[in-house]
Ligand binder design. Structure first.
Ligand code: C2E
Ligand code: CA
Ligand code: CA
Ligand code: CA
Length: 279
């Protein structure tokens, strides 16, 4: 039994080393990712549930790693948050998103909005106000085409400071969305306390929405609450027509998910914008 225990321990610590090595490798490679142009943006279409029309997209960062191929944010965002690299990456994502918005506006595709994910570290430790301001000025894109998605978990770490920062950004005309709503330390008072314009219902509530009465109750309540506060309510992770129908019936405004489209590169997204006939 004793030797078994030691074996287990060795295995465990070898595992930890492997993890630490992986983190370090990611951190090191990330330093060059921006300067070497390895990051790119994917766009996941967002649709109005009443008209079916395409109204915008969520911006999701992608990393074409030199040796590992395409990496999804799950592999590197947490590392970038802990090292602080997220501030630079986040600023680049914002800039690039605003540049796209401006290009589309000039190309006669003006009715598209973009929602950009913003890490709490950018709010609390980065200079998010200046970053947003600079992106808007540099690109000349319309602030009301831009939305920032922030998870509620981060707001709790510095509620007073983040409220002030988010208010300044809202005052520039940029919308603020609460991401993954219902999964964090959800305090409903946030909805009053922060300058929120949009709630995004987390995928975990949408997944079983046609089967699970509890999820149905939760989603119905979130939508009713959001609507009565005058907020826009968006569901993520919509994969089936039945989920879409349920969300539409309970008054959810918009939806995104594989039912409509997976995240697309810019060329694919433009094709999607121009496809004949809206869903
Ligand atoms: P999120 O904000 O919850 O983004 C939605 C995630 O769900 C995306 O994963 C998207 O590809 C995936 N998804 C969309 N529709 C469906 C669906 O119908 N079914 C399923 N099963 N999944 C769907 P992705 O691209 O891997 O992004 C993961 C997370 O990484 C995002 O979660 C977001 O929190 C973060 N992230 C992405 N881009 C950025 C960024 O530029 N900055 C920061 N700070 N975080 C980012
Ligand atoms: Ca998001
Ligand atoms: Ca989300
Ligand atoms: Ca989510």
């Amino acid at each position: 039994a004793k030797s078994d225990g030691r074996k287990a321990f060795r295995f465990y610590s070898a595992d930890m080393t492997e993890q630490a090595r992986e983190r370090l490798a990611i951190e090191t490679a990330l330093r060059h990712a921006l300067t070497r142009g390895e990051l790119w943006l994917a766009f996941q279409p967002r649709h109005d549930l009443v008209s079916g029309r395409l109204v915008g997209a969520e911006v999701l960062v992608r990393w074409e790693h030199p040796t590992q191929g395409l990496l999804l944010p799950g592999r590197f965002i947490a590392v970038a948050e802990s090292t602080g690299q997220i501030e630079q990456i986040g600023a680049w994502v914002l800039d690039e998103a605003c540049r796209q918005l401006k290009r589309w506006e000039q190309a006669g595709i003006p009715e598209i909005g973009l929602a950009v994910n913003v890490s709490g570290r950018q709010v609390l430790q980065g200079n998010l106000i200046e970053t947003v301001q600079a992106a808007l000025e540099r690109t000349g894109c319309r602030p009301d085409r831009l939305e920032l998605e922030i998870t509620e978990g981060f707001l709790i770490r510095g509620p007073e400071a983040s409220r002030v920062i988010l208010e300044r950004i809202r005052d520039m005309g940029v919308r603020i969305a609460i991401d993954d709503f219902g999964t964090g330390y959800s305090s409903l008072s946030y909805l009053k306390q922060f300058p929120i314009g949009t709630i995004k219902i987390d995928r975990s509530f949408v997944r079983d929405i046609t089967l699970d009465p509890n999820d149905q109750a939760i989603v119905t309540a979130i939508v009713a609450l959001g609507r009565s506060l005058g907020l826009r309510v968006v569901a993520e992770g919509v994969e089936t027509p039945e989920q879409m129908a349920f969300l539409g019936e309970c008054g959810c405004h918009e939806a995104q998910g594989f039912l409509y489209s997976k995240p697309l590169n810019v060329r694919e997204f433009l094709g999607y914008c121009k496809r004949p006939g809206d869903r």
